[in-house]
Write a protein that binds this ligand. Structure first.
Ligand code: PMP
Length: 354
């Protein structure tokens, strides 16, 4: 006999993470990780004997060193920063803190698939707002007097951005609404809304070290907002997980944030490879959406099914992301790897399409 508690759990429609194959020898272009190793300073931290010795002690529940490093990098106060285990956790805290109310949470119909999952989990009313025909996002459609708004900028999986002026207009039209800008991919050529935080106490910006800092395996994300919003997030965090960051993650994340030169070099290389890949894909007949992220969203030439092409690539040990979903099933999302990896991808495509 089914019981109430089991029904609730059975009705959950959980997030399905992108495939993480546990074998070597694949060119992995499916979940937008960096193709470059973390900063050499991270490696030095992981060899630090003192850090190992201190693992017998609990970490700093407030992750003050990491908050200070993030605050310095972004030119804000440490009281405007919250850190968590990946931006997925930071987003969860924000959903719990600000979006659990009778009014709906607005987000694009095509965007990060964790948003509807958190809505279901936390009992939040989800209101999907359709993207334009060219898969761009029109923020005028997101005006919502109260409740909440969340969107990725650049959007995922399209890679398209909205200008800061549009975000500012949205904030002005929604002063009673928390607007969360998910900037997981912002470091690859988009403008960060952190610049608007001091003028808009209802703006929360979320970023991650998983992409541009090459630390997806470590799980570090953070939010920047007004001290009032950060205090709200802290209250939820302290009611939930009072040690958001372990000692190893905190020390490694500080080292990665402080290595500005390495960070800039990796982002530059990825943007240059993205430009080259886009040109070459277009020569092969793909339509490629303009991307400010570390991936491209590309539609194969007429007559070629995206799903079939993804399978062909897989047979050549190259994994890209295919979404079997309305409006985007004609596209492939291809993470930008090293130049060598992209050349191998392009060679396979050339052979299969030529
Ligand atoms: N937001 C978006 C838009 C993403 O694509 C991802 C990565 N899957 C995340 C947030 C979460 O990143 P992480 O938890 O690794 O920080």
């Amino acid at each position: 006999m089914s019981q109430f508690w089991s029904e609730v759990v059975r009705n959950l429609d959980p997030y399905v993470p992108g495939e993480q194959p546990q074998v070597d020898g694949l060119i992995k272009l499916n979940t937008n990780e960096s193709p470059y190793p973390p900063s050499p300073r991270v490696q030095a931290v992981l060899q630090d004997e003192q850090l190992v010795e201190r693992l017998r002690l609990y970490p700093d529940p407030n992750s003050q060193r990491l908050k200070a490093a993030i605050a310095k990098h972004h030119g804000v106060d440490a009281a405007q920063v919250l850190v968590g285990n990946g931006s997925d956790e930071v987003l969860a805290l924000a959903f719990m803190a600000f979006f659990q109310q009778p009014n709906p949470l607005l987000f694009p119909d095509i965007s990060y698939s964790f948003y509807p999952v958190y809505c279901q989990l936390f009992g939040i009313t989800a209101q999907r707002v359709a993207l334009q025909d060219d898969l761009s996002l029109n923020l005028q459609d997101f005006v919502q007097p109260n409740g909440g708004v969340i969107f990725p900028n650049p959007n995922a999986p399209t890679g398209r951005t909205v200008p800061l002026a549009d975000i500012e207009a949205l904030l002005q039209a929604n002063t009673d609404t928390v607007v969360l800008v998910d900037e997981a991919y912002v470091d690859f050529g988009a403008q960060s809304a952190v610049a608007l935080v001091s003028r808009h106490p209802n703006l929360l910006v979320c970023q991650t070290l998983s992409k541009s800092r090459s630390l997806a395996g470590l799980r570090v994300g953070f939010a920047i907002g007004s001290p009032e919003l950060i205090e709200g997030l802290d209250r939820v965090k302290n009611s939930f997980n009072s040690y958001p960051m372990d000692r190893i993650a905190e020390a490694a994340a500080v080292a990665a944030i402080e290595d500005e030169t390495y960070f800039a070099e990796c982002c530059q290389k990825i943007m240059a490879t993205r430009a080259h890949t886009t040109t070459e894909l277009e020569k092969l007949g793909f339509s490629v959406l303009p991307s400010s992220a570390n991936f491209v969203f590309a539609k194969p030439p007429v007559g070629v099914e995206a799903a079939t092409l993804a399978q062909t690539l897989r047979e050549h040990k190259i994994i890209v992301r295919y979404f079997n979903k309305p409006r985007i099933s004609e596209y492939l999302r291809i993470t930008i790897g090293t130049d060598e990896e992209m050349d191998q991808l392009l060679a396979v495509l050339h052979k299969s399409l030529g």
